[in-house]
Design a protein around this ligand. Structure first.
Ligand code: SF4
Ligand code: SF4
Length: 333
């Protein structure tokens, strides 16, 4: 059998700026706390008591951690120096449960980060929080609403659908009244149980959201059995490695968001180390080697070995960067 031709991983960067520094830095504000029980998410499975033993162990209360202010500001201070870079506030849990969430948004915007996007399940998005988030200058709030009238509760298992509807509709009204810049995105995981109500979900939320999107039903690194089906025969490189740099709640720079246990092989540095920068790690031989392996059909990173989530990593017009630029008008293409 002939040897496979070597593909340069650098060819897959979409611009020179993206090669220099990640277009998106994903900040994991916390590990553990959430107020929902989504069946498509390991955190929800843990909270509902139907996770695998491995996931139950990953979320034992002794593992819970909130990102500290020094870690957060170290990340933001570096991201702010790169005009093409945007910041994503996510969590292995519910980002709004971080007690400094609003201050974190304000700090990022005051520091000059061009686009700050955050996720929430909107359970705690009361009027005061909504106004504070908009006044802090958040650019995009993506509300995860995984079901509709009949499917919300079986899919999210938090008993709060009416409250969530009120919160999100009020957020939109307040946004318009205040003339705030915050774009509202509603998203759902495109999973089989949503199918009977997917069209109704889209029609309903299109009245309030600037964009309604459906995220691939993925396995979170094989933590959700059955998601994504089986591994397709032909595998393509995972876009995560060319566009996302994930910072764990304790400041570890990790090769992929799926590295929830932050194994040594998947940790590339820590932002509190004075000798480490995100930019240097991004351009390091180690990160380059991981990309090069993907580009050439080798999946050397432990979390990649059996992962199917790359099937949902969207290049080009289906990417989140495209949503932020073309649909929401927040970035130049
Ligand atoms: S709200 Fe988000 S973090 Fe919480 S269980 Fe649902 S998907 Fe997971
Ligand atoms: S293949 Fe999976 S584990 Fe590997 S970088 Fe992509 S999403 Fe992460």
């Amino acid at each position: 059998m002939g040897r496979k031709a070597f593909i340069s991983a650098d060819q897959l960067f979409e611009s020179a700026s993206d090669r220099d520094f990640p277009v998106c830095t994903q900040v994991t504000l916390l590990h553990g706390p959430c107020n929902s029980g989504c069946i498509s998410c390991p955190v929800g499975r843990y909270r509902h008591g139907d996770a695998s033993p491995e996931v139950q162990a990953e979320f034992a209360p002794s593992s819970w951690v909130e990102m500290s202010w020094p870690v957060y500001t170290a990340v933001v201070d570096e991201v702010a120096r790169h005009p093409h870079a945007w910041l994503r506030l996510h969590a292995r849990g519910e980002p709004l449960m971080h007690p400094q969430f609003v201050d974190m948004v304000a700090y990022a915007k005051q520091s000059g980060v061009g686009v700050v996007q955050a996720f929430t399940n909107a359970v705690a998005l009361n009027e005061g929080k909504a106004v504070a988030i908009m006044e802090a200058g958040l650019d995009t709030l993506e509300c995860s609403i995984h079901g509709h009238d009949q499917t919300y509760e079986p899919l999210m298992r938090n008993g709060k659908y009416e409250q969530v509807k009120r919160n999100v509709i009020r957020f939109r009204k307040l946004r318009d009244q205040l003339g705030a810049r915050t774009r509202l995105v509603v998203s759902a995981v495109d999973q089989p149980l949503l199918a009977p109500e997917r069209a109704a979900h889209e029609e309903f939320w299109s009245q309030y959201a600037d964009s309604v999107i459906y995220r691939p039903y993925h396995s979170w690194g094989n933590r959700i059995a059955g998601a994504c089906g089986s591994m397709p025969e032909a595998r393509h490189p995972c876009r995560q490695l060319w566009t996302r740099c994930t910072i764990g709640p304790s400041g570890n720079i990790i090769a992929c968001f799926n590295s929830w246990t932050e194994k040594e092989e998947e940790v590339l540095g820590n932002v509190l180390d004075p000798d480490v920068t995100i930019g240097a790690i991004w351009k390091s031989a180690r990160y380059g080697g991981i990309r090069s392996d993907h580009a050439n059909g080798e999946y050397s990173l432990p979390c990649c070995a059996t992962c199917t989530d790359w099937t949902g990593s969207s290049w080009g017009d289906n990417s989140y960067e495209h949503l932020l630029s073309s649909k929401l008008g927040l970035r130049e293409v």
